[in-house]
Design a protein around this ligand. Structure first.
Ligand code: PA5
Length: 444
C-alpha cells in the first residue's frame, strides 16, 4: 500500500477496461469541475471538498473545544439527526471504538437522535445523575436548517434539563447551524456558543465542518490528523487519470455494475467499530442518488440501494443471500491493514477438537483468513466486488476513507445525471410533519 492511507482495488468488479476507458472520457469534465471547485471556497455545490483546508473554522472550533474542555465535561450530548450526527458517530466509533463510553474516558458521548421517548428518557436519566453529582454536561445542537422537528424537540428537552441544574446554562450549550437560521438566531439571543455550517454544505457532506469537528474535538480526536487524511485523499481523487483516481474509479465500477442490473451496493466493512461508517455511507448514497428527477427535470426515479454489512458478523446472516440469491449486488469490502492490538487465541490443545488451526494464532490472522476466504468464494461464483484497504483505524486513515467516499458519490451523481447535493423528498416529509403538528393540539 506504500505511502497511501487507502488503496482501492476494482480488479474483481467485473468491469472491462474498455468500458472504463469510455467512462474516463465521460468523467473528465466532472474531474475538471471538481478541480475548479477547489478554487471557489464555499461557492460551489462541491464545496465540501474544501472543508479539510478551512483553517479559520478549525481555529474557531479548537478555541471553543479548549474552552469547553476546561469545564471538565462528564458528558457531551449531541442533538442532531442524519447528516448532522452520522459522520460524527462514524468517526467516533472507528477511531475511539464502539465501546468508547465504557472505557471510562474523560468525556462520554450520547446521541439524541430520533424522538424515541424511551431512548431520550434514558439519556435524561443518565445526565440527570451526572448533574446531581455536580458534574458538567455539554449539549451540542446540530441542525443545518435549524428547523428539524426531532433535533429541536430533543435539544429543547436536554437544554431544559441542564437549566434546572446550572445557573448559567449558556456556558454548556453550543449550537451548530447555518448562519441566520432560526436556530442560530435563537442561540445568539440566549448567548449559547455558536458554530456555522456554510450554506452550500449539505448534511451528508458535512463531517469535516464544525458539525463533526466540534464534538470529535471535545472527545479528543486529533482533528489535524483527521483533516490531513482527508486532504491527502482529496488530492488523489482529483487525479485526471480516472484509473489512478480512486473516487472516479470506484464510481465507475458502481455505475457500470448498475448498468448490468446490480442496483444494490453492499458496503461491507470488516470491523465492528466500522459499522457506523456503513450507516453514514448508506445515507450518503440514499440521499445523493435516490432522485425522482434527473438534472433536466425528467422523471427517472433513479437510485442505487445501499446496504451496510459488518464482517465477519454478517457472513452469518446475509452471506447466504449474497452468494446464493439474485446476482443484483456489488460488494465493496473495507479491510484494515494494521491493527493496534495483537490478541492471540491461547494454545489450549483441547480446543483444537472444536476448531482446528486457530490455537496460538492472532485474531488478525484469523480475520485475514476469513477475508481471503470470502474473496475466493465470491470469485468462484463470479460475483463482483471491490476492495478498499485502509492502513489502520487512525484519524488520518478514517479521514481519507470518508473523503474518498464523498468524492466518489459526487462522481456517481454526475454519471447518473442526478443532483447529488439535494434531498427534496426528505424536505417533503419534514414539511408534512410540521403541518400535522400545527393541526394537532397539545398532548396529541
Ligand atoms: O443530509 C441531509 O441533508 C439530511 O439528512 C439532514 O442532515 C437531516 O435531515 C438533518 O437536517 P438538519 O441538519 O437541517 O437538521
Amino acid at each position: 500500500m506504500g505511502n497511501n492511507l487507502i488503496e482501492f482495488n476494482a480488479r474483481n468488479s467485473k468491469v472491462s477496461e474498455e468500458k472504463l476507458r469510455d467512462l474516463e472520457d465521460r468523467l473528465r469534465p466532472e474531474v475538471q469541475n471538481m478541480r475548479e471547485a477547489t478554487e471557489k471556497g464555499y461557492n460551489d455545490p462541491r464545496a465540501s471538498i474544501n472543508l479539510p483546508g478551512d483553517e479559520e473554522t478549525l481555529k474557531q472550533v479548537k478555541k471553543l473545544v479548549k474552552g469547553k474542555r476546561r469545564l471538565n465535561p462528564e458528558y457531551l450530548v449531541v442533538a442532531g439527526i442524519g447528516g448532522s450526527n452520522l459522520g460524527t458517530i462514524a468517526v467516533q466509533e472507528a477511531v475511539l471504538g464502539k465501546l468508547y463510553n465504557q472505557k471510562n474516558p474523560d468525556t462520554k458521548i450520547l446521541y439524541a437522535e430520533t424522538t424515541d421517548s424511551e431512548h431520550i428518557g434514558d439519556i435524561l436519566d443518565i445526565i440527570e445523575s451526572s448533574l446531581e453529582r455536580g458534574e458538567t454536561v455539554l449539549l451540542n445542537g446540530v441542525s443545518k436548517s435549524g428547523g428539524t422537528t426531532e433535533t429541536i424537540s430533543n435539544f429543547e428537552i436536554i437544554a431544559e434539563k441542564i437549566s434546572e441544574y446550572k445557573n448559567k446554562p449558556e456556558e454548556y450549550i453550543t449550537v451548530t447551524s447555518q448562519k441566520d437560521s432560526p436556530f442560530h438566531k435563537l442561540a445568539e439571543e440566549k448567548n449559547y456558543s455558536t458554530l456555522e455550517i456554510p450554506e452550500k454544505i449539505g448534511g451528508r457532506y458535512s463531517v469535516f465542518s464544525a458539525v463533526g469537528l466540534y464534538p470529535l474535538g471535545i472527545l479528543g480526536v486529533d482533528l489535524d490528523e483527521l483533516l490531513e487524511g482527508a486532504k491527502q485523499a482529496r488530492e488523489r481523487c482529483l487525479n485526471k487519470d480516472v484509473l489512478e483516481n480512486p473516487a472516479a474509479r470506484s464510481a465507475a465500477s458502481i455505475y457500470l455494475n448498475q448498468k448490468q442490473g446490480r442496483d444494490i451496493h453492499d458496503f461491507f466493512l470488516y470491523g465492528k467499530d466500522l459499522e457506523m461508517i456503513g450507516k453514514w455511507y448508506r445515507q450518503l448514497t440514499g440521499e445523493s442518488l435516490g432522485k425522482e428527477q434527473n438534472r433536466e427535470g425528467k422523471k427517472v426515479n433513479a437510485g442505487i440501494t445501499p446496504i451496510a454489512s459488518v464482517g465477519s458478523t454478517d457472513l452469518h446472516s446475509m452471506y447466504q443471500l449474497y452468494m446464493g440469491g439474485p446476482d443484483d449486488k456489488l460488494h465493496t469490502f473495507v479491510y484494515t491493514e494494521e491493527n493496534d492490538r495483537n490478541i492471540e487465541v491461547p494454545e489450549n490443545p483441547e480446543y483444537s477438537r472444536l476448531v482446528e488451526d486457530i490455537q496460538g494464532k492472532p485474531l488478525n490472522q484469523i480475520m485475514d483468513a476469513i477475508f481471503e476466504g470470502v474473496n475466493n468464494s465470491l470469485k468462484n461464483t463470479a460475483r463482483p466486488f471491490n476492495v478498499v484497504k485502509i492502513r489502520d483505524r487512525s484519524e488520518k486513515s478514517i479521514g481519507a476513507l470518508l473523503q474518498f467516499k464523498m468524492m466518489e458519490m459526487m462522481y456517481l451523481g454526475y454519471l447518473m445525471n442526478v443532483n447529488p447535493f439535494n434531498q427534496p423528498s426528505v424536505e417533503d416529509y419534514k414539511d408534512e410533519t410540521r403541518e400535522i403538528l400545527k393541526e394537532s393540539g397539545r398532548n396529541g
